[in-house]
Design a protein around this ligand. Sequence first.
Ligand code: ZN
Length: 184
Amino acid sequence: MFLDIGLGIFAAMAVSALWDVPLTLAFAAVGACFALLPDLDFVFLAIRRRNALHHREGLHYPLLFVPIGAFIFSWFGGAWALLFALASLGHFIHDSVGIGWGVQWLFPFTKDHYSFFYIYKPRWRAEYLPRQWLYIWKHDEIDALDARYGDPDWIRNIYSTWHPYAVAEFAVFLAAICLFWLLQ
Ligand SMILES: [Zn+2]
């Protein structure tokens, strides 16, 4: 979540530089909201008590979400459309590295999930996945993958410890806050 907020702030700084829009707190806050928006499906799944931690359903379809959202926000002006596109792309890239089983980048053409560079591995798991630049997971295999390699306690094991993934996320967030402050 912190990384998404940081990415949203970075997106606001980029749009402000490219589009000659004042870099206000409100603009950066909207960028942060845009970067968090795809996880609304997580909230709905949690409310419906479905297995929200292992699935990204509903809004995590970049090929649909980014252009449709950018089109909707273009009604307010090009800068808002670009802010939406950059912030939500940042979210999807973030979701494709480390935690979970990637993002369905090419949906509706394929239901495959794509992850990049690194997959979080709980220490207690005996089996490890090989390191790769690109992982492609079949949609129907996600539950089995999670049962074999996943961590049901991933929130606690990553975010309540000094796990490098959590540290990296927080560092990006702090960098975004500092740079925003410096640009005021
Ligand atoms: Zn997400």
